[in-house]
Design a protein. Structure first.
Length: 153
């Protein structure tokens, strides 16, 4: 099954929304196969947001992402990149639909609660950036047959 990376940003930590986001992941039937809290530094943020380094808001983004530790998660499921991106909603919380994580909890384009990988290829790169192989766990969820049909497993 596919994997994706999620970062619960400082806005999720400071607003005590970690449990709510994790609850939504679990209720959807997505497996959490890796999770840890870490303090990001400028080096890893420059690598992670390399496509934004030349944007005028980049220094503010880096400062914001280093405000508190973050929680990084590796999620697993069928089409999980696409599924979790849909659950996340538009980048700007003011434009995100109600019912999405950002639509329900964010009013900002930057303080927008979560980062979610945007493609399977980027998810693989991002997971390797934040997790060592031994920090990702493969296990058989007992309820898998109640999440997927037999031909989807």
């Amino acid at each position: 099954m596919e994997k994706t990376l999620v970062i619960l940003k400082p806005s999720a930590i400071e607003r005590a929304l970690v449990g709510e986001v994790v609850k939504r992941i679990e209720q959807k039937g997505i497996l959490i196969v890796g999770m840890k809290m870490m303090q990001l530094d400028e080096k890893i943020l420059r690598e992670h947001y390399a496509h934004l380094v030349d944007r005028p808001f980049f220094p503010m983004l880096v400062a914001s992402m280093m405000t508190t530790p973050v929680i990084v998660m590796c999620l697993q499921g069928k089409d999980v990149v696409e599924v979790f991106r849909a659950m996340t909603g538009a980048t700007n919380g003011r434009k995100a639909l109600p019912g999405t994580i950002r639509g329900d909890f964010s009013m900002s384009g930057q303080q927008n609660i979560v980062h979610a990988s945007d493609s399977v290829e980027n998810a693989e790169i991002e997971i390797k950036r934040f997790f060592r192989p031994e920090e990702i766990f493969e296990y058989n969820a007992r309820n898998i047959r109640f999440i997927y049909a037999d031909d989807e497993i």
